[in-house]
Design a protein around this ligand. Structure first.
Ligand code: HEC
Length: 157
C-alpha cells in the first residue's frame, strides 16, 4: 500500500510540474490564408468547410479548445498541428511552387474523399468538423476544378 501511495504522489507531482511547460501556440496575427483563398477561389460552402475542419491544423492560426491549457494534452495538440502544417500549410500557400500546389490539391481531395481528413482524433472532440457526403463532394469538385484550371495555365491571379 505504501508503495502505491508513493507512486500516486510521484505521478501527481509530475503532472503538476509539467503544467509549467507550455508549447508555443500556433497563433499568427495575420489573415494569412487570404492568398490561398484568393488563388483557389472556393465557393462559400467549401470556404466554410476548410475554415471549420482543416485550418486548425493546416494554417498558422489554431482556435484552441480550453483543454489545451492542460499538459500533456497541450503537447499532443501542438504535435498534430506541427505535423499537419509541415505537410500542408494554407498560410504559406504562396511559397509553394505551381507543381507543389497542384500536388497538394490532389492530396487534398484524395484525403478528403477517403475520409482520412479531418483526423478522427479531431472529430471526436469537434463534432461540427465532421463532413457529410455532400460536403465531401463539394470539396472534391472544387479541388479538381481548380487543378484543371491551373493545368490550363488559367490560374486566377
Ligand atoms: C487535428 C489536425 C488536423 C486536421 C483538423 C486536419 N488535418 Fe490534414 N493532416 C494532419 C496531420 C497530422 C497530417 C500528416 C499525417 C497524416 O497524413 O496523417 C495531415 C495530412 C494532410 C494531407 C496530406 C498532405 C500530403 O502532401 O501528403 C492533406 C492533403 C490534408 N491533411 C488535408 C486536410 C484537409 C483537407 C482537412 C480538412 C477537411 C484536414 N487535413 C484536417 C492533421 C490534420
Amino acid at each position: 500500500m505504501k508503495l502505491i501511495r508513493k507512486i500516486l504522489i510521484g505521478l501527481l507531482v509530475v503532472f503538476i510540474a509539467i503544467q509549467f511547460y507550455r508549447p508555443e501556440k500556433n497563433i499568427s496575427r495575420e489573415n494569412d490564408t487570404a492568398m490561398f483563398l484568393r488563388e483557389t477561389n472556393p465557393p462559400e460552402e467549401v470556404r466554410d468547410i476548410l475554415q471549420n475542419s482543416c485550418f486548425d491544423c493546416h494554417s498558422n492560426n489554431t482556435r484552441y479548445p480550453w483543454y489545451n491549457n492542460i499538459a500533456p494534452v497541450s503537447f499532443w495538440l501542438a504535435d498534430h498541428i506541427e505535423e499537419g502544417k509541415s505537410e500542408l500549410n494554407f498560410s504559406e500557400w504562396e511559397t509553394y511552387s505551381d507543381k507543389k500546389k497542384d500536388h497538394k490539391l490532389e492530396e487534398l481531395y484524395e484525403e478528403t474523399e477517403r475520409r482520412s481528413m479531418p483526423l478522427k482524433e479531431y472529430t471526436w472532440t469537434h463534432q461540427e468538423a465532421k463532413l457529410t457526403d455532400a460536403q465531401i463532394e463539394a470539396v472534391v469538385k472544387w479541388a479538381k476544378d481548380t487543378r484543371s484550371l491551373n493545368q490550363l495555365g488559367n490560374r486566377p491571379k
